[in-house]
Design a protein around this ligand. Structure first.
Ligand SMILES: Nc1ncnc2c1ncn2[C@@H]1O[C@H](COP(=O)(O)OP(=O)(O)OP(=O)(O)O)[C@@H](O)[C@H]1O
Ligand SMILES: [Mg+2]
Length: 553
């Protein structure tokens, strides 16, 4: 529809000067005053029609653009949230932000200034030229004598702007990535007093961005006057030749009146066209970048069909090999049975692969080699989302969103009632902690939970895990030391949530470790020992014994 209007608009616009020419030649010059009103009314009508069509066209083409980019933004977001974690390990957050917001916005220009309007502009030009030729081909050729200069300058302009625009886009992306990282890492910057240094770095990026922008502004600043100049020359040529023509009776006065209008109509689109071509080109570049993200199919393949209603049975890890980057194995031929309904504690020095190991159980990553079975079924055979629903994971550092405590616990799950949340909080002894906050459960948590203590954040994450009543609980115990009251509350909370279900705990607290049914000692991606606290401690050769002696666990 929009393109149809775009096409209609071109001949209607050309109608106006033509009508004026007819008015001068057929009515004013022969003094046909009585019927002049007819042609005057027709001209008025053409102007009104043109105004209406151009309103319709610009509103609808922009509306179309908005509708499309709304959809696209959503698609990019949806695609990103489904993406594999390893994709995020590689891609700076700021870059993804640029893709979803700035880049998609640029695509809008394809619609509002791009394709359809370009077609409409070209059509207008073609109509204008043919009307001019029809009116007076000689005069037209004179007017068009400057065309080669126009084409050349347009080409130079287009190339210049394109190059500088490309740099502008890259710099925006860099700037977003930089800003995002510094703001998230503001603590580290302050701790190490790096404000000045970061300011310097930002100053550099900022300057590069400005320079790129100024380059493109320069091209615009030069181009517009140049086109102005060329059109003035063409206007001068027309007057010079046209006036002579009138005298020789070769050119009518009406033609002489209509031609400046034609020239105006011819050069305006030319000026805009170069710019629009750039916008279109940029839009296409950006579109390519967005589609690159959309085409990156790094999802964990969700081909399993079994809906995990209840996960029972042991978790068996069989000859697992895993690496984040090829050639740097993190887990090496690891086999382990995690008994159903019992607590397994993982211990081992930092970087030994504990967090990695638990991330494999709910398929954050897929294995290179080997298999993981839950109740004799390979986890790949389960529907991914149903599997993750039955497994609760409490990570080392808790991530909280900007929302109330209640909302942070519910996480949008409408199968849970607030009463159940409060009950769960009471069960693990977190209730009194939340009650003490202003507004209790409605306390507004800031981004990443920055207005809560580490202990409070952990308690929230425990309630979050408990309230879904998972079959398997995975807990990466945080090492941060907390005041003794909170510490004992957390210890109690942990004991409660790991009770009566299969639990895997990366344990740092001796209390948790001692109570575990099985302790697994991990070292450099391999299992060194498996046994109970007493068994392992009795064996003086065991590395658990050493760790214990050094108070490392
Ligand atoms: N996202 C990642 N991308 C690449 N390498 C990673 C990633 N996460 C961890 N690693 C590497 O994997 C190894 C094991 O890390 P992991 O987080 O499993 O250790 P961990 O035993 O949990 O240590 P900690 O006790 O300090 O939490 C480390 O050498 C680390 O460099
Ligand atoms: Mg870890």
């Amino acid at each position: 529809m929009v393109s149809i209007i775009g096409i209609i608009i071109a001949p209607v616009a050309v109608l106006r000067p033509t009508l004026i020419k007819i008015m001068v030649d057929e009515y004013i010059v022969p003094r046909q005053i009585e019927t002049l009103w007819i042609i005057a009314a027709a001209t008025m009508g053409a102007i009104v029609l043109e105004a209406f069509l151009s309103y319709w066209f610009s509103y609808n083409s922009k509306w179309l653009g908005q509708a499309i980019i709304r959809r696209l933004r959503f698609d990019v977001f949806q695609h990103l949230t489904k993406m594999h974690l390893s994709f995020f390990n590689r891609t700076p957050i700021g870059t993804l932000q640029t893709r979803t917001i700035n880049d998609v916005e640029t695509i809008n220009s394809i619609f509002s200034q791009g394709l359809v309007t370009i077609v409409s502009d070209i059509l207008t030009m073609l109509f204008v030229i043919s009307m001019m030729l029809w009116t007076s081909w000689k005069l037209t050729l004179v007017v068009l004598a400057v065309l080669p200069f126009l084409i050349l300058s347009t080409y130079l302009f287009k190339e210049g702007v394109r190059k500088s625009y490309e740099i502008v886009r890259t710099k925006i992306s860099e700037m977003n990535a930089f800003l995002q990282e510094r703001i998230s890492g503001i603590h580290a910057i302050k701790t190490f007093s790096k404000e000045e240094e970061e300011e310097q770095k930002f100053r550099k990026i900022n300057k590069a961005y400005t320079t790129a922008n100024i380059h493109s502004i320069f091209y615009y600043a030069v181009f517009f006057p140049v086109v102005e100049l060329i059109s003035a020359v063409s206007f001068g040529l027309m007057i010079w030749y046209g006036a002579g023509g009138v005298l020789k009776n070769e050119v009518t006065i009406g033609t002489l009146v209509a031609f400046p209008l034609y020239i105006g109509m011819l050069y305006r689109p030319v000026r805009m066209l170069a710019d629009k071509f750039n916008t279109l080109q940029m839009g296409l570049i950006v579109a390519r970048r967005i589609f690159k993200v959309l085409d990156t199919d790094e999802h964990i393949p969700n081909t399993g069909t079994i809906v995990a209603k209840k996960l029972s049975g042991d978790i068996q890890l069989k000859n697992i090999n895993f690496s984040y980057q090829e050639g740097h194995p993190i887990l090496k031929d690891l086999s382990l049975t995690i008994p159903y309904g019992k607590t397994t504690a993982l211990v081992g020095s930092t970087g030994s692969g504990k967090t990695t190991l638990i991330g494999l159980i709910n398929r954050f990553y897929d294995l290179e080699d080997g298999e993981i079975l839950i109740g004799n079924t390979n986890i790949k055979a389960y529907d991914l989302y149903s599997l993750r629903k039955r497994i609760a994971v409490v990570l080392q550092d808790v991530f909280l969103f900007r929302a109330s405590i209640m909302e942070n616990i519910l996480m949008g799950n409408d199968e849970i009632t607030p009463e159940e949340v409060i009950q769960a909080a009471k069960d693990i002894g977190a209730h009194t902690f939340f009650e003490r906050l202003p507004n209790g459960y409605q306390f507004e948590v800031m981004e990443r939970g920055s207005n809560l203590s580490a202990g409070q954040r952990q308690l929230i994450s425990f309630v979050r895990a408990l309230v879904v009543n998972p079959d398997i609980l995975i807990l990466d115990e945080a090492t941060s030391s907390i005041d003794p009251t909170t510490e004992s509350a957390i210890q109690l909370a942990i004991e409660k949530i790991i009770e009566q279900r299969t639990s895997v705990v990366i344990a740092h607290r001796l209390g948790t470790i001692k109570k575990a049914d099985q302790i697994v000692v991990l070292e450099k991606g391999r299992i060194l020992e498996v046994g109970s606290h007493e068994d392992l401690l009795d064996n003086e050769q065991s590395s658990y014994h050493q760790l214990y002696a050094h108070q490392l666990v």
